[in-house]
Design a binder for this molecule. Sequence first.
Ligand SMILES: NC(=O)c1ccc[n+]([C@@H]2O[C@H](COP(=O)([O-])OP(=O)(O)OC[C@H]3O[C@@H](n4cnc5c(N)ncnc54)[C@H](O)[C@@H]3O)[C@@H](O)[C@H]2O)c1
Length: 328
Amino acid sequence: METVLVTGHAGFIGAAVAQRLLQAGYRVVGVDNFNDYYDPALKRARVASLAEFPGFSENRIDIADAAALRRVFIETRPDRVIHLAAQAGVRHSLKQPEAYVTSNLVGFANLLECCRHNPVKHLIYASSSSVYGNSKVPFAVDDRVDEPVSLYAATKRANELLACSYSHLYGIAATGFRFFTVYGPWGRPDMAYYEFTRRMLAGETIELFNHGNCRRDFTFIDDVAEGLMLALDETPADRKVPHALYNLGNDNPVALTEFVATLERLLGVKAKTRLAPPQPGDVEATWADIEATTKRFGWRPRTSLSQGLERFAAWYRDYHQLRYPASA
Ligand SMILES: NC(=O)c1ccc[n+]([C@@H]2O[C@H](COP(=O)([O-])OP(=O)(O)OC[C@H]3O[C@@H](n4cnc5c(N)ncnc54)[C@H](O)[C@@H]3O)[C@@H](O)[C@H]2O)c1
């Protein structure tokens, strides 16, 4: 069975896809530095279930450490790579830009160098819907994306350009996926759906930025993991250019107000809300055009927001050991 190197395997999406790979019989080599952008205990808890598989091994290294990453490639000889390690978060990129430069630019370049000198059959990497900025919706992969409105978005767009050039120069088959607000069990505490849940259950006020006028194309974690699995097996050899980009989104944007109402119903709590101005770096709406993704991989999201949030809420109570919903 093949070996897949998954960077960011202790992260939200990385742990979910690593689990799928191990269940499908792949060997998984994880690479993660377990940084404390959010509680590393959550990262350790995600990885605990991966460690039960004999095909799993991990390397606690920083991808910005070129020599360490090179060593992992040489020692484990991966057949394919799924690169998810990055400094995520739009707002945080205004506060700590250096983390984005180190992980998303230096780390990404190191990864490409490793794929150049240790050829792999396919490199899949994470980009983001944020590359679209405030352009027209729905967002299609052929749209112009040269006006990023945050440093985070700029680093993700830079990844796409770097991957394209390495593909061209060294024949690396590479596929970038632009993810759209991925949510679900084992999710990221810095993201709004997680923070809103915490605050609502604690009786705290939630802030609705852009005065509540936002729409997001929420995509459930299992649907995202499914998309990555479908793409992994694809043979990009028949492409004219070995680099390609696809949206992995839900094609069904939901208004923030509807999102909060769904959470209220599922948590059995009335949210205390405060309308707030737009935040620098935020975009008003995201909406994925997924026609090309469906055509290429036969992928379509299957989980409605209500189903997905229900799964998240159940997990949240369990993980945080809340025995009763606040108002039940
Ligand atoms: N979750 C989303 O909604 C979303 C949306 C768009 C794009 N993305 C992208 O998808 C990828 C995965 O996101 P996620 O939500 O799982 O985030 P995450 O923060 O949960 O996972 C990222 C993992 O990478 C690790 N990491 C970060 N910098 C590292 C470094 N320098 N060296 C080694 N490990 C490092 C972190 O410790 C973490 O475990 C990221 O590239 C992110 O930018 C996510």
